[in-house]
Ligand binder design. Structure first.
Ligand SMILES: *Cc1c(COP(=O)(O)O)cnc(C)c1O
Length: 402
């Protein structure tokens, strides 16, 4: 590749979005600066109420990041040493990282190959086959740990099979913490929102998420007033009243400045997510027209509202394709190259390659394509054509023959 690319399509470009709302954002930032009220002020209160309502929940607790939302939820539910939490090995690190930081053990279940979300069947198998009731507690036989909770991840912006998972959770008495970091506004066929199913729903406002702050921020949502209040107390070191500590919490506060930005951006979220879905439809149809055997487009569950935080294709010769796309100006990413059960820091869990074959295959075969709302049709078509050219040139055929 000596010629410069005909077009550049970055994986994500936040600048056009900012340009469109810059005057409104600057105005609220200026107002917060003028007030000099930076901690848990009116912008935070407003954002908490609005996000909770949007997610069909009663309470919102603004926190410092999506990671801290997960950690706070685990702490508030009293999950720690001697406990185990069921989750997916095919997710961002924070999902299992926070379980381990809380002192508990992640118990992995493999994913569905089509949606990449944790398989309710695999969870059911683990509960039925490897767990038993002892003195009113659910014990994971191989480790002797108490199974306390389920942490499903709505990966890429599509809900897990929450009907099946909530049914299992009720049957086995498990708490449910939804990792909805990538899924704000996603809903199932009945219109039920991500974050509204479990005891706590956790959102991230990391800049790359559909609703992104100007830095780190997150939120916990909940229906139960007592649990919400407990999270509020733990958010400020467990002090209530101030300087009186019945609990050990942390500093998990969201910034007033971030809340101000998010209050503006929230007005546009539905529109932005709808544009992502339109881009996804464009790709789906364009790839179908090319009928590329080597490319499988993402599967959206019928009736679900998928918010496409990522558009993930499963492809042949993934790494070579990625290089080809990069050389031609198309940005991509691999979410995620190493499933969590094979991460070095989790070696103590004793897993080996082959333990979760669907997660391992996904880690080798998937690629995220640019999907952000402001992409032009020309850019979308360029991504499709560039990808198709890779396979028609035979570059992708080598490994198929081998
Ligand atoms: C982004 C993300 C998180 C963590 O959120 P941060 O705000 O970056 O701390 C957790 N889980 C998943 C699935 C994520 O995508």
């Amino acid at each position: 590749m000596n010629r410069p690319p005909a077009l550049r399509v970055p994986l994500l470009d936040l600048k056009p979005q900012y340009e469109a709302i810059a005057p409104r954002v600057r105005e609220v930032l200026e107002a917060v600066c003028a007030s000099q009220q930076f901690i848990l002020g009116p912008q935070v209160k407003t954002l908490e109420a609005r996000i909770a309502a949007y997610a069909q929940c009663r309470h919102g607790i603004g926190v410092s990041s999506g990671t801290d939302a997960l950690l706070l939820a685990l702490m508030a539910l009293g999950i720690g040493a001697g406990d185990a939490v069921i989750t997916s090995p095919y997710t961002f690190f924070a999902t299992a990282g926070t379980i381990a930081r809380a002192g508990a053990r992640p118990l992995f279940c493999d994913i569905e190959p089509d949606t990449f979300n944790v398989s309710a069947e695999a969870v059911s198998r683990l509960l039925e086959r490897d767990c038993e009731r002892r003195d009113g507690e659910l014990i994971h036989r191989p480790t002797g740990l108490r199974v306390k909770a389920l942490m499903p991840v709505h990966l890429y912006g599509q809900l897990c099979d929450m009907t099946a998972l909530m049914d299992l959770a009720r049957r086995f008495g498990l708490k449910v913490i939804e990792d909805a970091a990538q899924a704000i506004g996603a809903r199932d066929a009945e219109g039920r929102h991500a974050g509204s199913f479990g005891d706590v729903g956790c959102f991230s406002f990391f800049p790359t998420k559909n609703l992104g702050a100007f830095g780190d921020a997150g939120m916990c949502v909940a229906q139960d007033a007592a649990l919400a209040e407990h999270m509020e107390v733990l958010r400020v070191h467990g002090g209530k009243p101030k300087y009186h500590h019945a609990f050990i919490g942390g500093n998990f506060r969201i910034d007033e400045l971030q809340a101000a930005v998010l209050n503006i951006k929230l007005d546009y979220l539905e529109d932005w997510s709808a544009k992502r879905a339109l881009n996804a439809r464009y790709y789906d149809q364009a790839f179908e027209r090319k009928s590329l055997e080597a490319v499988r487009t993402p599967v959206a569950r019928p009736g679900h509202h998928h918010i496409y935080n990522q558009y993930i294709v499963r492809v042949r010769d993934r790494d070579a394709l990625r290089e080809h796309l990069s050389a031609n100006g198309v940005g991509t990413e691999i979410y995620y190259p190493i499933p969590l059960h094979l991460q070095r820091c989790f070696a103590y869990l004793g897993h080996a390659p082959g333990d979760f074959p669907q997660s391992e295959r996904a880690a080798q075969e998937t690629l995220a394509l640019p999907i952000y709302p402001e992409l032009t049709e020309q850019q979308l078509q360029y991504v499709v054509d560039t990808l198709a050219a890779f396979y028609s040139a035979g570059a992708g055929a080598a490994s198929a023959r081998a």
